[in-house]
Ligand binder design. Structure first.
Ligand code: FES
Length: 577
């Protein structure tokens, strides 16, 4: 057993032979914990987002058990604790509303407890950024163990991807190409094991982002949830975090500007979700690293997308792992000088390049060589213009190339409810060249910034065989979704952004190459229309939602709450005994 020489944070609770030490230890001993657990060994928090209401994380107790084995083996004392689990599939109105609530929970749970270092068990979309945000605000030694993706979905003998299959089958249903029985038969086959969405959706993207940031052991992102190697990785992570506590290897040494630049480049190479733009900004804000939307253009654009995964490509996370996972991608980037900072430190004490320099690639179809990329110019396209003065984003790899430069007349939906009322109206004045505009689905407007930006096309156009149209909103889009979809328009309509002023029939110009999003009306007309737009009423129901709406930042700022940005450290709070 190795016991740290360094005075650990937990000694402030357990390290004294007085009344306070007695109280802290005595109550813990009611769990059957022996005295030697309090002899100065590192106390390792295991921050668990397990919940049966978050099906993607429902196997996390087993993962926690394997982390504990590793912690014990390395001479640490593991303590598992729950935090708010915001699961994407069940939580209404959107799990994004509570990402910051979960981050607050994580931060205060770490700071207020006798924890020297923490293992963050994350999986479903928002749980990864929430845990990293909370831990970053404390700046303790921390690493992430992801839950891993589900096995490939199956329908009629072919692979189907989480989420992506839903969007595709629903469009086919509306177009009359399949019947309800066929639609519903996909349900069980799509989600047939524990784990997160098996496409390169937001959960997989954020797991890759964590690995590219250096806050996980290599291969964390892609090992399937039910693969025994996922549990080996959890075990090894448990051992490693004990060493990190002893080394005082805090997040601020890992989550550097260099690490975020590596992650942005990696996002382009994997064809990652647009949600990463918001989450990386929020995490960076917590650790004090400046990150701008233009960084996504500067670092991400021009990077070839190598990973051929749905929704942009053909394969799923299982194949990605068998092909070599993120280490193989990073190696390919690095060998061509495309890894911005190969020397960035990672949680195992090695550099990112040391971790991946010999990573093999076993399948050039899943992880393409640079000579044959899925998309030559991947990344996230950042747009600006009079319709999005503070920016908007679009994922070119998920879009129709011919629509990336487009001029069309707006068909406007004032709210999501208005869209639902109107979209199936056979008399709706819309054609394939129209631009669908959806308002008041941003962080304040929805509230929580719904994943509805990839609004379904009008059924009458689907029946004509139209598969894609330009869509613009202040909403987000599921990472499993696709289309020529402009998202995250900032400022949002509910915050007085120009999107609020768009009217049916207005001409809108989209030019991805030039990074331009333009509403073709005069400045005077725009100002006059905005002056007439009604102010958003305060939320009537109070509670967390009121706090959120009053303090949430816009998409370009990461949608954190304004008072949560920054690192507040891990100084031990006063005790009250
Ligand atoms: Fe949880 Fe997709 S719904 S990862």
């Amino acid at each position: 057993m190795s016991i740290s020489k360094r005075k650990l944070r937990s000694a402030e609770w357990f390290g004294t032979a007085d009344k306070n030490g007695f109280m802290y230890r005595s109550w813990m001993k009611n769990q059957g914990i022996p005295s030697h657990a309090f002899d100065g060994r590192p106390v390792i928090g295991i921050c668990n987002t397990w919940s049966e209401l978050t099906p993607c994380n429902a196997h996390f107790r087993k993962i926690a058990d394997h982390v504990k084995r590793g912690v014990y083996e390395a001479g640490g004392f593991p303590v598992e604790f729950p935090v708010f689990s915001n699961g994407e599939s069940n939580l209404r109105p959107t799990a994004m509303l509570t990402r910051n609530l979960a981050a607050m929970d994580v931060e205060e749970a770490i700071r207020g407890n006798p924890i020297d270092a923490v293992v963050l068990l994350a999986g479903c979309d928002k749980t990864t950024p929430a845990l990293l945000m909370g831990a970053a605000s404390c700046d303790v030694p921390a690493l992430v163990v992801s839950g891993g993706p589900m096995l490939n979905g199956k329908l009629d003998g072919r692979n189907i991807g989480s989420g992506t299959a839903v969007w595709q089958l629903h469009e086919s249903l509306k177009a009359g190409e399949i019947d309800l029985h066929q639609f519903l038969s996909a349900e069980a086959g799509m989600s047939r094991s524990a784990g997160t969405c098996n496409t390169m959706g937001t959960a997989s993207t954020m797991a890759c982002m964590a690995e590219a940031l250096g806050v996980t052991l290599p291969h964390n992102a892609a090992i399937p949830a039910v693969d025994a190697r996922r549990y080996v990785l959890a075990h090894l992570s448990g051992s490693r975090i004990v060493e990190m506590a002893q080394e005082d290897l805090r997040l601020s040494r890992i989550l550097t500007r260099q690490a975020f630049e590596n992650a942005i480049r990696a996002n382009a190479a994997i064809g990652g979700s647009t949600n990463a733009v918001i989450h990386l900004k929020a995490i960076a804000g917590r650790i004090g690293v400046p990150l701008a939307l233009e960084d996504w253009t500067r670092i991400g654009r021009g990077t070839p997308t190598l990973v051929d995964l749905m929704p942009s490509g053909r394969f799923l996370m299982e194949e990605f792992y068998y092909a070599g996972g993120l280490p193989a991608v990073l190696r390919r980037l690095g060998e061509h000088g495309l890894l911005p900072h190969p020397g960035a430190l990672t949680i195992n004490g090695k550099t990112l390049w040391d971790n991946v320099r010999e990573a093999p690639c076993h399948d050039d179809e899943v992880i393409r060589p640079l000579s044959r990329p899925l998309v030559p110019d991947g990344g996230i396209c950042v747009l600006r213009g009079n319709l999005a003065p503070r920016g908007a984003v679009l994922k070119p790899s998920a879009a129709t190339p011919a629509l990336l430069r487009h001029r069309g007349r707006a068909v406007v939906f004032e709210t999501l409810e208005h869209y639902k009322e109107r979209i199936a109206d056979e008399s709706l004045d819309v054609d394939a060249n129209s631009v669908l505009v959806l308002k008041r689905c941003g962080p304040r407007g929805y509230p929580g910034m719904a994943e509805v930006g990839n609004m379904g096309l009008p059924p009458k156009l689907l029946r004509q065989g139209i598969k894609d149209m330009v869509r613009i909103s202040d909403a987000r889009m599921s990472g499993t979704a696709y289309g020529t979809v402009v998202l995250h328009v900032a400022p949002e309509a509910a915050a007085g952004g120009p999107l609020a002023a768009v009217r049916d029939g207005d001409w809108i110009e989209l030019d991805c190459e030039a990074g331009r999003l333009h509403l073709d009306i005069s400045d005077e007309e725009l100002a006059a229309r905005l002056a007439e737009c009604p102010a958003m009423p305060a939320p009537a129901d109070g509670g967390y939602r009121k706090l959120y709406v009053e303090h949430v930042l816009q998409a370009d700022e990461g949608c954190d709450l304004d008072f949560l940005v920054g690192c507040r450290g891990h100084a031990v709070p006063r005790h009250s005994h």
